[in-house]
Design a protein around this ligand. Structure first.
Ligand code: ASP
Length: 325
């Protein structure tokens, strides 16, 4: 009996050692490599990504960095007053204030974010300043606003005629329904790969339309709405932020790619995890991912999610695969 126990311990010990050595052996594998000439590539959520990608590519062509490209690209959408889900003209919260969330992540692993930022046109640029000029990652609400002003950003009313009208309509019933369907959501999340194969990302939104004041979604949360690991790839999310946060959406996709999943399979697995958590009948979430080789993928819960893809100087709008109707 004793001998059996001893041999079990011995065998178990050898097996465990094998696992440890195996794991170390994995570490000696070559790191993921950028496929030569794969970049530049830009992928962005929804059709507003078309213009954003084109601007991002121009920035690179004019000698800007990958970080400049993903920042300037999404700024176009932030400045569009007719876009009801990002920047100026974004849908207000349930008190009528346009409160913005954004984050940015660089290929060196650095990142910055702002949430519940009001009266500033470009939250993505404030997020970049948080990354570059502070020892912090995320600034919120008044603190983020004061910081923005101290960095020279101008105060600006982000409500437009359309957003005020939409709020007035919503107020009639004031039905609080934190559910995302095709009408009440949008975010621009962008992933970019430069000519060197380095990966960058940005994400900016006014969040869920008529959200509870103070509610923060996934978009400014590094690891949920956006994650980059320049050895592996990057991912961004759009849709119901609560569902994305619960599965650490973007981080999990990058981690799955590290373990061999293709970008599309990794996005699908993240969607399946959401499906495991909750009834997805009325919830939309869409993910985009890129790996170090320049392969891209997407997956959504429901049909309707599309994304802009810029590769080899061409930009197209692509429909994502999805889980269910
Ligand atoms: N993800 C955003 C949020 O939950 C909204 C969206 O993408 O539509 O705030």
């Amino acid at each position: 009996m004793r001998n059996n126990r001893r041999s079990f311990i011995l065998n178990f010990g050898i097996a465990a050692l094998g696992m440890v050595l195996g794991r170390n052996a994995d570490k000696t594998k070559p790191k993921f490599r950028a496929r030569k000439g794969a970049g530049p590539i830009f992928i962005s959520t929804w059709n507003h990504g078309i213009e954003a990608n084109q601007v991002a590519l121009e920035v690179l062509k004019k000698g800007g960095s990958g970080l400049d490209a993903v920042e300037k690209g999404v700024m176009v959408v932030e400045s569009d007053p007719d876009n009801g889900s990002v920047g100026i003209g974004g849908m207000p919260d349930n008190k009528g204030n346009v409160a913005l969330d954004a984050c940015i992540m660089s290929s060196d692993g650095n990142c910055g974010a702002v949430c519940m930022l009001e009266n500033i046109e470009h939250p993505i640029s404030v997020a970049r300043k948080v990354m570059e000029d502070t020892p912090h990652v995320l600034l919120a609400a008044d603190g983020a606003f004061d910081f923005a002003i101290s960095k020279g950003f101008k105060k600006r009313n982000l409500n437009t005629k359309n957003s005020k009208q939409a709020y007035k309509e919503w107020k009639k019933e004031s039905r609080y329904k934190p559910i995302i369907n095709v009408e009440n959501h949008d975010t621009i999340g962008m992933l970019g790969m430069d000519d060197n194969g380095d990966i960058f990302g940005s994400c900016t939104t006014s969040g869920l339309a008529f959200k509870m004041r103070g509610r923060i979604g996934d978009s400014p949360i590094i690891g949920a709405g956006l994650f980059i690991d320049n050895e592996v790839g990057g991912a961004v999310a759009t849709g119901l932020g609560e569902s994305v946060i619960k599965v650490a959406g973007a981080a999990i996709i990058v981690e799955l790619m590290r373990h061999g999943y293709s970008p599309e399979d990794a996005c699908k697995e993240a969607v399946l995890r959401i499906q495991k958590n909750e009834n997805t009948k009325d919830i939309q979430v869409g993910f985009l991912a890129i790996n170090k080789a320049g392969d891209i993928g997407s997956y959504a819960i429901h049909p309707g999610f599309n994304y802009a893809l810029t590769i080899n100087d061409n930009t197209s709008l692509e429909d994502s695969d999805y889980l269910r109707n």
